[in-house]
Design a protein around this ligand. Structure first.
Ligand code: SF4
Length: 88
């Protein structure tokens, strides 16, 4: 993970509070199920792996907005090494 100083509970709290806001129109790409954002800052208890090693959320239908919208803005994106989203 490239930006460890943003991988904190404070950063997660901020993402949670601001998750009611819309996703940036500059976001491109799609989730490729790497599971990296499910480990910010700790490994989520609901993160599971399929038999082909793809990450999936075991409470996907009721997952919180900060999970649904990550990365909502470019400054939120701290999993750029593996994430399928980017900002242009
Ligand atoms: S880091 Fe990006 S690609 Fe990986 S699970 Fe999260 S949204 Fe999907």
């Amino acid at each position: 993970m490239g930006n460890g100083n943003k991988n904190t509970w404070l950063a997660k709290t901020k993402r949670t509070i601001t998750s009611i806001l819309p996703v940036s129109e500059e976001r491109q790409g799609q989730c490729i199920s790497c599971g990296a954002c499910c480990k910010l800052p700790n490994v989520c208890a609901f993160l599971k792996r399929s038999s082909d090693n793809r990450a999936f959320c075991s409470i996907y239908a009721i997952r919180p907005y900060n999970c649904r919208k990550y990365p909502r803005t470019e400054s939120e994106l701290i999993t750029e090494e593996t994430c399928g989203y980017r900002f242009e």
